[in-house]
Design a binder for this molecule. Structure first.
Ligand SMILES: Cc1cc2nc3c(=O)[nH]c(=O)nc-3n(C[C@H](O)[C@H](O)[C@H](O)COP(=O)(O)OP(=O)(O)OC[C@H]3O[C@@H](n4cnc5c(N)ncnc54)[C@H](O)[C@@H]3O)c2cc1C
Length: 378
């Protein structure tokens, strides 16, 4: 067993960290997506970290992709931006790279992997959340096209995306095997984008409803064969649950540094608050949760990179990271006292950004169910 990073992984981490600290460390304008910052991230290669080199990506494996995202999470306080970039990469670019036809890959991947275009994925519906494949959106074959009807909820990047990976039912009676995936270009008539939601966290990641009203999509935009959509979606969630959560590892790392500095500097009763065991032990527990979540995440990525079934390890690492991030957000506020509660301090943002992590990419309850089934309990 080797816990070290290779020289190239280590130098990529250092480069990503200093890039993020140098270029993305400035103040955040809440509720606004920054095209300027997206372009900066894209210049580093964030939009195509794991995308194939042949189509303009960096071709990194899951472990190295996650390590770069961890560096960005540590150096860039704008987690909404990193969430947008990760959703683009894992839930739109990767499924097209892995399942798209040669023609689709050649047309869509270069602008997506370079970040010139923004990608989104649309599966969730009002009646299909955790029960993700209970889709009402229909895609009916009419001549050389499919005609899409339906409504999608909570589409990350919806308001700014150029390409949507949309999941629709092509054959409702076939259930899981009746779902297909389509790449839909933004300008397609019948594709209507809703207004961006106001959210408690990740406010710089724009999220909206997306509507399909008699939306004609060429059959050539089918991603993978008809009926393969559910399996394509599951594959994209493996990428997302394994790698995206590394941004929270980085954020927790810088949060821990800040908490330690504060616990040393802040004096009450003529001594540093960190000299009280109730504070120092709370910080030690933050460190324990971060380190164990990190080990779980990289074990999951390592197993996935070996081509082994990593679904249990990925679900466990998603759970561990997201739940650690929420607890760390609460701990950081408590240790900073009143200051931690004030928006100006920037301390409370970590909690707001962490709360949705136990919901998107499959809720904590669904991850526990998945692990329970793997243990032979369901
Ligand atoms: C920030 C954010 C970004 C998102 N981005 C996207 C996106 O880009 N594209 C997209 O398609 N979707 C996206 N989503 C939607 C997301 O995937 C869903 O919100 C999620 O799958 C949960 O579905 P739901 O909200 O309908 O909750 P529900 O499924 O209704 O769940 C409500 C509660 O019931 C629990 N529950 C449900 N079923 C069970 C069960 N069988 N056993 C135990 N508990 C259960 C859940 O765990 C949860 O606590 C995003 C969501 C968020 C918050």
């Amino acid at each position: 067993m080797d816990f070290g990073w290779s020289a190239s992984q280590a130098s990529l981490y250092d480069a990503a960290l200093s890039f993020a600290q140098g270029k993305l460390g400035g103040p955040i304008v809440e509720h606004e997506f920054s095209h300027e910052r997206w372009t900066l991230c894209s210049e580093f290669g964030l939009a195509g970290l794991s995308a194939p080199q042949a189509h303009g990506g960096m071709g990194l494996d899951a472990q190295t992709t996650a390590r770069v995202l961890e560096a960005f999470g540590r150096g860039c306080p704008d987690l909404g931006l990193l969430f947008s970039a990760s959703a683009h990469l894992f839930a739109c670019v990767m499924p097209i790279a892995e399942h798209g036809s040669e023609e689709l890959r050649a047309r869509l991947l270069p602008p997506l992997a370079s970040g010139a275009w923004i990608g989104a994925n649309a599966i969730t519906e009002a009646g299909a959340g955790s029960d993700a494949f209970a889709l009402k959106t229909r895609a009916e074959r009419v001549g050389g096209d499919y005609v899409l009807h339906g409504e999608k909820s909570y589409v990350t990047n919806g308001p700014v995306a150029d390409v949507f990976l949309v999941y629709a039912s092509t054959n409702p009676s076939d259930g899981y095997l009746g779902i297909s995936a389509f790449a839909v270009d933004r300008g397609t008539p019948g594709l209507v984008i809703g207004k961006p939601f106001r959210k408690m966290g990740l406010t710089t990641a724009p999220i909206s409803q997306v509507y399909f009203e008699n939306c004609r999509v060429p059959a050539a935009n089918l991603v993978g064969p008809e009926g393969k959509g559910a399996s394509i979606f599951n594959g994209s969630m493996q990428w997302e649950r394994a790698c995206l959560f590394a941004i929270y590892l980085g954020a927790m790392e810088s949060q821990l540094e800040r908490v330690v500095d504060y616990a040393v500097a802040r004096k009450q009763f003529r001594k540093s608050i960190g000299k009280n065991q109730s504070i120092s032990h709370r910080i030690v527990d933050m460190k324990l949760r971060l380190d164990s979540a990190r080990l779980m995440l990289y074990r999951a990525c390592w197993k996935a990179d070996r081509g082994e079934d990593a679904s249990m390890e990925i679900a466990a690492s998603k759970l561990a990271v997201s739940e650690a991030a929420i607890q760390a957000g609460l701990d950081a506020i408590q240790i900073h006292g009143g200051l931690g509660f004030m928006e100006e301090s920037g301390i409370e943002r970590a909690l707001r950004d962490a709360v949705p992590a136990t919901i998107f990419s499959g809720t904590s309850e669904i991850q526990r169910d998945l692990i329970a089934r793997k243990l032979g309990l369901g």
